[in-house]
Each structure stands twice: as C-alpha cells, then as structure tokens.
Design a protein around this ligand. Structure first.
Ligand SMILES: NC(=O)c1ccc[n+]([C@@H]2O[C@H](COP(=O)([O-])OP(=O)(O)OC[C@H]3O[C@@H](n4cnc5c(N)ncnc54)[C@H](O)[C@@H]3O)[C@@H](O)[C@H]2O)c1
Length: 256
C-alpha cells in the first residue's frame, strides 16, 4: 500500500476509458483517498455514477482554461477534503481542425487554445494550489504527456507543440517548487484508445506500429500508466523531480 494515508486529486476524469480512471483505480488500490475534477462540459451524472465505484470520492467541476474556475474548484476540494499529497493533471484539448489539417495551417487562436488548456493549465493549477495552501509537504504533481512532444507525429500537430510546452513547464516548475519539497513530473504515455485519442487522424495505425516495434510488442493500458502515476505520487519516488518518464513499452527508445 504505497499510498496509504495519502490524498490525491485526479484532474480530468471523463469516462472509464480515461487514463485518469486507470490512475484513480491504481491510487485507490494502493491505499489513497481519491478526489476528482471534471470539465464543466462533461456529463456530471455519468461521472458521478463512474466514480461511485471508489468509496468516499467526489468530483468537482473545473474549467482548465479559466483561473477563477480553477481557484473555486481547488478551494472547494480543500474545504471538503483538506490538503492533498498529489495532483494528477490529465487534461488536454485542441480544435479538431487543427488535428485534421497540416500543422502549418494551425490558426493563432488554435495554437493558443491547445497550449492554454493542455500546458498552461498545469502551471495555473500548481500556482493556485500553492496560493491557497492545499499541498502537503512532499506533495507530488504529475502530468500526462506524449511522444509527439519530442518527434513530429503526423496528426498530432499542435498538440505536440502543447506537450513540448508542458514538458518544459514541468522542469521549470520543479525548480520553483523544489524549495517547498514539492515534486513535479511527467509521464509520457504510449498511445491508448480514449475519447481524446479519437480526434487524432489514423490513430489505429499508430497503435499497430507501436505493437509491432515497441520492445515489449504491446500497447500500454490505462492501468499501467496509472501504476506509474502511483509510483510518482508515492515516497518511493522521493528523489525524482522535473523528469519525464516514458510508460510506452519502450517504443521511444527504438531507432530504426
Ligand atoms: N490517449 C492517449 O493516447 C494519450 C497518450 C499520452 C498522453 N495522453 C494524455 O493523457 C491525458 C488524458 O487524456 P485521455 O487520453 O485519457 O482522454 P480523455 O478524453 O479521457 O481525457 C481528457 C480530459 O481533458 C478534459 N478537458 C478538456 N478540456 C478541458 C477544460 N477546458 N477544462 C477541464 N478539463 C478539460 C476532458 O474533459 C477530459 O476529461 C491528456 O493530457 C492526454 O493528452 C493521452
């Protein structure tokens, strides 16, 4: 029970296919009290029905693109549950057109939107969480990223740019927050069929290529990504910060 006595906030639950759900199940089974946030655009009834499988949990609405909404959400979480030991950022969004067309056609607005929701929101969440004093000493912040931050992957487009900003933000945040013994890390997950992934052109062929070329010849599951998240939430990873860990069955280490 590596998370016994810890409270973790999972931001970005949508449905049972969400990687956030794999992370929540792992955190709960490893002893954590789990709290959720969901986008104000999601169906609250469906989310409540899903998370009822995790005793004592509750989900709070949060628009990652609005600082006031983030503040209100985190204040509500703190009022009901007190300080937390971990926050997972499992949130991303880009305009569909920007994932369908060539990257070079991305509009100024579409570029800003993807970076705002998928990268800046992590900075805002951490800053506001600190401002309202909701992080216990030794707290661990984790965000999900993807290989498209490092390499140009057709169809990932502006989301790759946003993930590169997210990964760089993780390093800068780790430096700032290290003074308070708060760690910040990223998990670069292999491709998983989720609702968000459906927006990416030819996603099925990405899954096929990973299965063929990854050293472990499989695609990853939400639970495997969740277990790595639990490790990063736990004291077993107390000396790891500012790091991006690939949970991708080794796909990213292969050359040709
Ligand atoms: N599925 C993959 O292949 C894959 C691979 C690597 C990383 N990731 C990352 O994992 C994370 C979770 O994605 P997922 O694949 O589980 O899909 P998902 O659709 O289940 O989760 C994405 C979440 O982002 C939330 N969101 C979008 N806009 C928001 C906003 N304005 N405010 C608050 N929440 C908002 C959605 O409501 C949803 O809960 C994302 O950061 C994604 O980029 C996914």
């Amino acid at each position: 029970m590596i998370l016994e006595g810890k409270k973790v906030l999972i931001m970005g639950i949508r449905n049972k296919w969400s990687i956030a759900w794999g992370a929540a199940q792992s955190a709960y089974e490893n002893g954590a009290q789990v709290i959720f946030t969901h986008s104000e655009f999601e169906n609250e009834e469906k989310i409540n029905s899903l998370i009822s499988q995790i005793p004592g949990s509750k989900s709070f609405p949060c628009d990652a693109g609005n600082d006031e909404s983030i503040r209100k959400c985190l204040e509500n979480v703190k009022a009901e549950y007190g300080k937390v030991d971990g926050i997972l950022h499992s949130i991303a969004h880009a305009n569909t057109d920007d994932l369908r067309n060539d990257f070079i056609l991305t509009s100024r607005e579409g570029y800003a939107h993807a970076c705002d929701i998928s990268a800046y929101s992590l900075v805002a969440v951490a800053r506001i969480a600190k401002e309202i004093d909701m992080l216990n000493e030794g707290a661990s912040i984790v965000a999900f990223t993807y290989y498209g931050a490092e390499k140009a992957i057709e169809g990932y487009n502006v989301m790759g740019v946003a993930k590169a900003a997210l990964e760089s933000s993780i390093r800068y945040m780790a430096v700032n927050l290290g003074k308070d013994k708060i760690r910040v890390n990223g998990i670069s997950a292999g491709p998983i069929k989720t609702l968000s992934a459906k927006g990416i052109k030819d996603f099925n062929s990405i899954l096929d290529i990973v299965e063929e070329r990854a050293p472990l010849h499989e695609n990853v599951t939400t639970r495997q990504v969740g277990d790595a998240t639990s490790f990063l939430f736990s004291d077993l990873s107390s000396a790891i910060t500012g790091e991006i860990i690939h949970v991708d069955n080794g796909f990213s280490i292969v050359g040709v």
